[in-house]
Design a protein around this ligand. Sequence first.
Ligand SMILES: Cc1cc2nc3c(=O)[nH]c(=O)nc-3n(C[C@H](O)[C@H](O)[C@H](O)COP(=O)(O)OP(=O)(O)OC[C@H]3O[C@@H](n4cnc5c(N)ncnc54)[C@H](O)[C@@H]3O)c2cc1C
Length: 414
Amino acid sequence: MSGLTTKRADVLVIGGAIAGCMAAAEAVKHGLKVILVDKGMMGRSGSSPTAGTATAAAFSHSDLGRDLPEPDSPQLHFLDTYKAGDGLCDPRLVALCVEEALPIVRELETFGVPWTKTADGRYFQYKALGHSRSRSCHPTGSSMTFMAAIAKEVFYRRAEVVEDTMVTDLLMADGRVVGALGFHRLTGEEVLFQAGAVVLAAGSATRLFKYASANFQTTGDAQALGFRVGAPLVNMEFVEFTVIPKVAQKIISTGGISPFTGRGSHIRNGLGERIMETYDPVRLERTTRAQLVRAIDREIREGRGPIWNDSSHFTEELWQEFHTSSPEVLDRLKAAGLEYRRAPFEWVPAMHTCLGGFLIDERGETAVPGLYASGECAATIHGANRLSGNATTECLVFGKRAGRHAALFDGLYR
Ligand SMILES: Cc1cc2nc3c(=O)[nH]c(=O)nc-3n(C[C@H](O)[C@H](O)[C@H](O)COP(=O)(O)OP(=O)(O)OC[C@H]3O[C@@H](n4cnc5c(N)ncnc54)[C@H](O)[C@@H]3O)c2cc1C
């Protein structure tokens, strides 16, 4: 083959967003040659950079050294997650995820992720949709700040990063994965990756739907790559919708509704009624995302649309906190010409996340020897419904696990 470059790695990571960066940063700690390949740019492609990167982690009294108004624990986080997933979550994976959430939040601080803190130095945490406790941590700045800190760690630990290169096939020999084939998007040059183990972390398939909250081409590459070499996919029927703002007939990618409802926004129909008083009088707008989307969809279908965001009761202090911890959300609304403090704006349903993916075990291993999967392309903790903030936690925890175990894979050549 002409124009073919060959690269050799102990561990090849496909995808350079939250899950892929965590996998590469962890695998390289074992003194191995690690290559991370991305069809875009590491830290700047996929759902991750457009996300809110709210990260669910249960802090207990002792972690904070003082009393919380509502004490939290990994056990409560487990129960919320399992209940939301309609019992279709893998309980072993959920237990691992909620236990490892807090240590990984702290580890990310050593990477330079600037978690938003309260005036007295505590982690700022809000009660996101469907959670029984305030446990969503949020990086100050934007998801780009979060991604930059994790991507920096991949460079710092000296993994090789290959960008603008789209992987099109996984390569098999003797019943195990031995590498991948791809091409450079700009030059067309083909690249052959020989690898001892491969971590698939190439995200979701949300862009297969007409309206999606992510603005990057998340086109199901990972699922196709793994499925073609025999890795089973599960829960693929569970896709999650969110609602996103529509301003002047334009869809604005802001990371979903939780930054507003988590802070107490009211959702009103075209008649001015606060719709969640009908659909979930107890949790109101803090119900699960699936409930909220169903309610909004029903109101629209039954002719009571459009659906509006009402944050007119937010205090100056709350707006300031919102602006400090999620400036990109408000900046995007402002750039669209919206006076978001005063003017209500419309919410419309859009595809958000794929909950299904590769069947993996605690090590992140698929049924194909040498092939690991993590992040949104793997089915881990969500079951039939994902709680806000749990996806970032899942990507971090299982990205790290997949990286570690790919590095320890039995068949790894040296
Ligand atoms: C708008 C929005 C807001 C969200 N907000 C939150 C939130 O606040 N909290 C939360 O928990 N979850 C949130 N989510 C969900 C969460 O962000 C995603 O589940 C998570 O970012 C997925 O990360 P990932 O690393 O698995 O994949 P992605 O971030 O999608 O990254 C996949 C990477 O793989 C690369 N890639 C894809 N195909 C190929 C290929 N063929 N070859 C090479 N590279 C490839 C891509 O370029 C990309 O870099 C949000 C999602 C969206 C869309």
